[in-house]
Design a protein around this ligand. Structure first.
Ligand code: PEP
Ligand code: MG
Length: 757
């Protein structure tokens, strides 16, 4: 056992006795300062605690006893106030030489030179300060500081159990964590929300700090490490981990930390010093946090987040506090805080209570964002240091329209925000009024505005928005929300319900698009390995054609559900015409079978294909005669055109949907189906944005399937354009692209009074 561990253990054993004694809190604190002073051979040991916003001397050995409950310092004032404000430690050979030193004559501290102090932290806030002082000038050794930090942890338990500090005081302490803070990020789903921060993975409450049985704690931690390593090794294939091209990099860092012997050793040492497994993990984490704070390096800060994630994971395993905020019961008006989420994880939340999401990562077309859009939940992404700035329960104003969030807002900010919120609701009301107005351009062209959906609940949006139908029903959503492969009966029921809800309006069912960032634990590739490049991997129709049973079941469910009506079905990620033929053959087989069973068949089946793989554009002449409709899935299409992973936050702003390359490609596809009876449309996120929609309409796309929230704004736009004029303008821009297409188009639209924001 090292001397640091032995010193801490000695103090902890004695403190344990003090805390178990029946004396009152003040008497306990008096004994504590004596014990620490003695064990660390210090002339002075003092405890300052927060009371009414001030740090008050609560107990001391060595300073004048008359100063107890008299000496008070403001947060940020003097050495003690600085420690509390920064939640960091100080170790000084000559206290008076420090710029923050403030002399208090009543304490009689003039004869002491050296000074070391650490914050007493409760729920990540400094609620007090523990310090020691010596007559002779010397810096304290690392061992001593570590012992002080361990003791500070135990003190925090004593202090909160004895109600010595006031929670409100604690909350008001640190300026950085208590005052209003503005966070900026990338708008992923527009919208406004007022609520309180809820961590997707709640922080663990540590209930016991001092261990009863060190051996038992040691084995708990070993077991937890084993379990965590197992989880990390499994993570590659799990949506739980979130999504993204950074996946591999983050995973590697996780692995590195999970197997880091230094980390395990320090935790074991903290257990040896007498802490419980939970307290030991937290103790080591606090120490790392303090060290990292002194190094100003953004790369290291990112790694620190990884380590925080992992330490939190370890804490959750060891304490058994495993659930996410979804499983623990969500408070109303929740604004979810997470590093990243998988689409399935988001779907677990009650959409009536979830008002917004703020992510440290995230990108515009990742599936979690698409799901959020479908749920009507605003999302702000790519907020740096999010989890360091926001605490569980903090009041939040989320303004995803402007890419901002305000943490702990002032009353004035709340008032201004509420006024904006009211205006935004008015705007929504204007859109709602367009519900029964057909989208027709000024020169008389009827444009079809459909909506995207994925769950039964989404269907109510059809009548709310007045959309012309569902242009993309993502059937895989039900697979994502289910723990096991949905059985045929369940699928049939869903498709039938969806068709019933749609009434006369068409629904284009897309067959499962699983894989990529939509992984399912119960549906893995045979080799069980994670893919290096899942977006271009074993997904969508590729899975369906290989696992033919899956497609057969879906085909049968769709055909049965559409008995006596028209069935529109489309296949995702088709790269070559033969894939369409193979998928259609599966449907033909099911029709044959059901006909044999004398079942009622659909009145008509219209087959469509999603154009998401650029290669398909080169063979449209071969495909077009076989299909009734073609939908450009611009989310995937543009990621492949630009070789820029749609889930990778680093690439989120890599290209613009208004790039001439994308628009010229779309023009080529439109021309490719000319002369064929193919209804061409766009069902990617691009179509839901006003400038992009303008460009698409200018290219001859007259069917857009978009997120329900965009139906009103796009309808409003359609009613204001002169299509012929727009088509001429777009054609000119594409023949001779301006340097900045977006700027040129905005100017053009603004000059005509078109709403484009
Ligand atoms: C697309 O790729 O544009 C699309 C609509 O499909 P998804 O977003 O579900 O991949
Ligand atoms: Mg797609």
């Amino acid at each position: 056992m090292s001397s640091a561990v032995a010193a801490a253990r000695n103090i902890l054993t004695r403190l344990h006795e003090v805390m178990a004694s029946r004396s009152n809190a003040q008497a306990k604190l008096n004994t504590v300062v004596e014990v620490i002073g003695e064990c660390l051979d210090s002339e002075v040991c003092s405890i300052y605690l927060l009371r009414e916003g001030m740090l008050e001397l609560f107990a001391t050995r060595g300073l004048a006893q008359e100063a107890v409950h008299v000496t008070r310092m403001g947060v940020g004032e003097g050495l003690v106030g600085t420690i509390a404000e920064k939640a960091g430690m100080l170790n000084l050979a000559e206290a008076a030489a420090h710029p923050d030193f403030s002399y208090r004559p009543e304490t009689g501290e003039d004869k002491f030179h050296s000074f070391a102090g650490v914050p007493i932290v409760h729920r990540e806030r400094a609620v007090g300060v523990l310090c020691v002082q010596h007559v002779e000038p010397r810096r304290y050794e690392e061992v001593e500081i570590e012992a002080l930090q361990t003791v500070a942890m135990v003190l925090s338990e004593l202090i909160t159990n004895a109600d010595l500090i006031d929670e409100d005081d604690a909350r008001a302490l640190s300026a950085a964590m208590s005052g209003p803070q503005q966070l900026s990020g990338l708008t992923l789903v527009k919208g406004l929300a007022i609520g309180a921060a809820v961590y997707h993975q709640p922080r663990v409450n540590i209930e016991h700090i001092v261990a009863e049985d060190t051996e038992a704690e040691r084995s708990r931690v070993i077991h937890a490490f084993d379990k965590m390593r197992e989880q990390i090794d499994r993570m590659a294939n799990q949506a739980e981990f979130g999504v993204g091209g950074e996946h591999e990099e983050v995973l590697q860092t996780y692995r590195m930390f999970a197997y880091d012997e230094g980390w395990t050793r320090r935790i074991n040492e903290a257990i040896d010093s007498g802490l419980t497994a939970e307290a030991a993990i937290e103790r080591v984490q606090q120490r790392t946090r303090m060290r990292m704070r002194q190094i100003d390096d953004p790369l290291l800060a990112d790694r620190m987040h990884d380590l925080e994630d992992l330490a939190n994971r370890l804490l959750r395993i060891v304490s058994g506090q495993i659930g996410t905020a979804a499983s623990l019961g969500l408070r109303s008006d929740a604004i979810l805080i997470a590093r990243n989420l998988g689409p399935a994880e988001l779907l677990e939340y009650d959409r009536r209570k979830l008002k917004g999401v703020i992510l440290e990562e995230g990108s515009l077309t990742s599936h979690v964002v698409i799901v959020a859009r479908a749920m009507g939940v605003p999302v702000l992404g790519r907020v740096r240091s999010l989890r360091a700035m926001v605490r569980e329960g903090d009041p939040l104003l989320l303004d995803a329209d402007q890419g901002l969030a305000m943490v702990r807002p002032s009353a004035g900010a709340v008032e201004a925000f509420e006024a904006r919120f009211a205006r935004s609701r008015e705007r929504q009301a204007t859109y709602a009024a367009l519900r029964d107005v057909a989208p027709v351009t000024r020169d008389g062209k009827r444009v079809t505005i459909m909506m995207n959906a994925g769950l039964r609940e989404d269907m109510s949006n059809l009548s709310l928005t007045g959309a012309d139908g569902v242009g993309l029903f993502r059937t895989e959503f039900q697979f994502l929300v289910s723990a096991t492969l949905p059985a045929r009966e369940r699928q049939t029921r869903l498709y039938r319900d969806v068709l019933d809800a749609a009434g006369d309006k068409p629904v284009m069912f897309r067959t499962v698009d699983i894989g990529g960032d939509k992984t399912l634990p119960y549906l893995r590739h045979d080799d069980g390995e994670g893919e290096e490049n899942p977006a271009m991997g074993w997904r969508a129709l590729r899975v369906a054609l290989e696992r033919e049973g899956l497609l057969k079941v879906q085909a049968r469910s769709l055909i049965e559900a559409a008995a006596g009506r028209t069935l529109n079905v489309m296949f995702p990620l088709v790269a070559e015409p033969w894939e369409f033929d193979a998928a259609k053959t599966v449907f033909d087989g099911q029709i044959q079978y059901l006909r044999g069973q004398k079942k009622t068949l659909p009145e008509a089946i219209r087959y469509g294909v999603m154009l998401e793989v650029p290669a398909l554009a080169e063979q449209l002449d071969l495909l077009a005669p076989k299909i009734s409709f073609l939908s450009l899935g611009t989310n995937d299409l543009t990621q492949f055109l630009f070789a820029a992973d749609r889930s990778n936050p680093k690439l989120a702003e890599r290209y613009d949907w208004l790039s001439p390359a994308i628009l010229r490609f779309v023009r080529r596809v439109v021309r490719g189906v000319e002369g064929h009876k193919v209804d061409i449309g766009v069902c990617g996120e691009m179509g839901g944005r006003r400038l992009e929609a303008l460009a698409l309409m200018g290219l001859g796309i007259h069917r857009l399937s978009i997120t329900p929230a965009s139906v009103g704004p796009i309808k409003e736009l359609v009613g204001m354009i002169d299509l012929a004029e727009l088509q001429t303008a777009v054609s000119g821009w594409l023949d001779h692209p301006p340097a900045d297409m977006r700027a040129t188009m905005s100017e053009w639209a603004t000059a005509r009074g078109l709403p484009i924001d």
